[in-house]
Design a binder for this molecule. Sequence first.
Ligand code: G3P
Ligand code: CA
Length: 249
Amino acid sequence: ENSYSSVLKPSPILTIAHRGAAAHAPENTIAAFDKAVALHADFIELDIQLCKDGELVVLHDDTVNRTTDGQGNVKNFTLAQLRKLDAGSKFHPSFKGATIPTLDEVLTRYKGSIGILIEMKTPSRYPSMEQKVASLLQKHKMDQADSGVIVQSFDSRSLQTFHQLAPLVPIGVLIDRADLLNEPQLIRYSSFATYINPNKKLINSHLVNRLHEFGLKVATWTVRSAKDIPALIKAGVDGLITDDPSFLR
Ligand code: G3P
Ligand code: CA
C-alpha cells in the first residue's frame, strides 16, 4: 500500500460499546464488556465512581439503586460491600450474580484486546479521582498515547487536571449543550483534548467540520437505533457510542 492510498482512504468509524454492549447484557458488567468484544466493537465505554475505601468502581449512577439489588450512595459502600450486590438480575434473571467490576479488574482483563473509553463521572464529587485514574493507568503501563485508552468527562476542568497528571493519554470532552462549543471553548479544549464527544442531537456536518478544523475528532452518543446511524456518518463523525455494536457490522 503506497502512502497516497493510505492518505486518501477514509479512516474507519470507531464502534464504541456504551456501558459495554448494554442492549445485550447488564450495563457496566464483565458480561456486557465480553459481549462487546464478541461483537467486535473497537472500544468499550464505561463509567467510574469512587467507593468508600477509595477504589475506582465501574458504575454509571452515584447510587446503586437502579442497577443492583442494593440501596444507597456508592461513596458510602466499601468495595467488599459493593461486591456482594447483584448487578445482573435487574437486567434479566439469567444474569443473576453479575457483580460491579473495579476499573483495575477491567484494565487487567481487556488491555490489548479492545479499546477502553473511561468516563469519569462527577469528578467534582470525588476530589482525588483524576489522580487515582492516572496512577492506575500508570500501574498498567497504559498511560501512553497508544495504549487504547481514552478518558472522557462532562467536566472539562477535571479533564485538564487529568491531562497534567497523564499528558499522553487521549482525552474526550463530553458535550450536552451547543453553547459549550463556542470559539474560546474550542481553543481551550484543543489544548488538551483529542476528542469532542457531543450528544447526537447536536450533530450536523457544519459542527463536525468545525471540530475537525480545530484538529478534534468526534465520537457521538448514544446510538440506540440503527436508523440514527446514516445521518451521523454523513455528518462525518469519527466514532459512534452505541448500546448495540452489531448495528455497525
Ligand atoms: O459516552 C457518552 C455517554 O456515556 C454519556 O452519557 O449518561 O450514558 O454516561 P451517559
Ligand atoms: Ca458514560
